[in-house]
Ligand binder design. Structure first.
Ligand code: NAP
Length: 351
């Protein structure tokens, strides 16, 4: 639960809502007034920390895209929820460091020179620094063999100064990625990629979650979205995203339907969903008119041009809550990764 996001007046958004009233059907003057108030609040928010900034950052949707949209949904502010989580992680990391005389340590392994992967690893390392964690960077050439990568990860698994291990996905095609993931010791699998972590999640036992699914659940909870008995449609069934997010929702008593590339009548399934989770990697595959009135839309997709898997403008007219791309699900992934790294460090020192 994320207090503050539910406070009265916390629903002002550009081109969106004041209180719970949709403003876009009102006069242009009222719209301009709302823009002015939002801009003013944005300034104030910048000086008041996460929550004051939260409503503004919810406008994580670039303004040019928000303007002119007939948006009636409340926009889920992943940046604000992640910032709050990171703030707490920073506080607890400082306590950990003081008590144990060392910082929690995340080792990030990158194989090859894919620019997107380099960016993701850099972002994760920057966040580590921001919360006071140590990050170790192991950069391996594209020609690295499966055996060499497994040996590197085995060494990190055995290293007592490393708490968490992240192998940046995807690795070059000639490497057996599963073998490399499985070399991560389960107690250091802070990215939730091993079969051990997946099984623990499936059985409802303690273990690390795959970070994006964990982040989606955190966002739903932050916005107080009831899950029990709700029809959830997860579009996508990858082992790191679609499958685990459906299982986490099932564990929270949702009625989960998975759709994938072979599903028939995707539109029909989505139309029946109280909550839609998009995890496909196809720009705007899920059309706005498929979204049930009042549904909650969680778009994990990230496609070139900052486009999600859901037709944002169409869906925002019908949804009750929706994640923007960027600024929705994305920021939660790293926050959960660092939260799990801290948990791993705490578990290590208490063993
Ligand atoms: P993936 O491994 O390629 O899986 C894509 C899934 O979508 C597959 O299950 C596939 O079905 C399904 N699919 C493909 N075309 C479809 C269609 N026309 N209709 C219905 N389902 C279809 O991708 P991923 O790794 O799960 O990532 C999915 C998206 O999430 C990508 O945009 C990725 O960038 C994004 N992502 C974001 C984060 C974050 O931090 N926000 C983290 C991870 C991923 P089949 O199984 O039948 O092939």
């Amino acid at each position: 639960m994320c207090p503050g996001l539910h406070e009265p007046g916390a629903h002002l958004s550009v081109g969106g809502t004041i209180g719970r009233r949709c403003i876009t059907r009102h006069s242009p003057e009222l719209r301009l007034l709302a823009y002015a108030v939002a801009a003013r609040l944005a300034k104030v928010g910048n000086h008041r920390g996460v929550h004051a900034g939260a409503d503004i950052d919810r406008l994580g949707v670039p303004r040019s895209r928000s303007r002119g949209l007939n948006v009636s949904a409340h926009i889920i502010d992943g940046r604000a929820v992640a910032a709050k989580l990171l703030h707490n992680i920073g506080r607890k990391t400082a306590q950990f460091t003081e008590v144990h005389g060392r910082r929690p340590c995340l080792a990030a392994v990158l194989v090859g020179d894919d620019p997107a992967s380099q960016t993701y690893v850099r972002m994760k390392r920057n966040r580590c620094a921001e919360v006071g964690m140590e990050s170790r960077y192991i950069e391996l050439p594209s020609e690295t063999t499966t055996a060499e990568l497994v040996a590197e990860i085995n060494a990190l698994s055995a290293d007592p100064t490393v708490d968490g291990i992240l192998l940046q996905h995807p690795v070059p095609g000639h490497i057996d990625e599963r073998a490399a993931f499985e070399a991560i010791a389960p107690w250091k699998d802070v990215d939730g990629v091993t079969m051990h972590s997946f099984a623990a999640m499936a059985f409802g036992e303690n273990g690390f979650h795959s970070c994006t699914p964990g982040g989606i659940l955190r966002l739903l909870d932050a916005y107080n979205v009831p899950l029990a008995g709700k029809n959830v449609v997860v579009v996508g069934r990858s082992p790191i995203l679609g499958k685990p997010v459906g299982m986490l929702l099932l564990a929270r008593d949702a009625t989960v339907t998975y759709c994938h590339s072979r599903s028939r009548n995707l539109a029909g399934h989505v139309r029946n969903a109280d909550i839609v989770v998009a995890a496909v990697g196809r720009p705007a595959l899920i059309r706005g008119e498929w979204i049930k009135q009042g549904a909650v839309v969680m778009d994990a997709g990230y496609n070139p041009g900052n486009v999600g898997d859901v037709d944002y403008s169409g869906a925002a007219e019908r949804a009750r809550l929706i994640t923007p791309v960027p600024g929705g699900v994305g920021p939660m992934t790293i926050a959960v990764l660092l939260e799990q790294t801290l948990s791993a460090a705490e578990a290590t020192v208490s063993r």
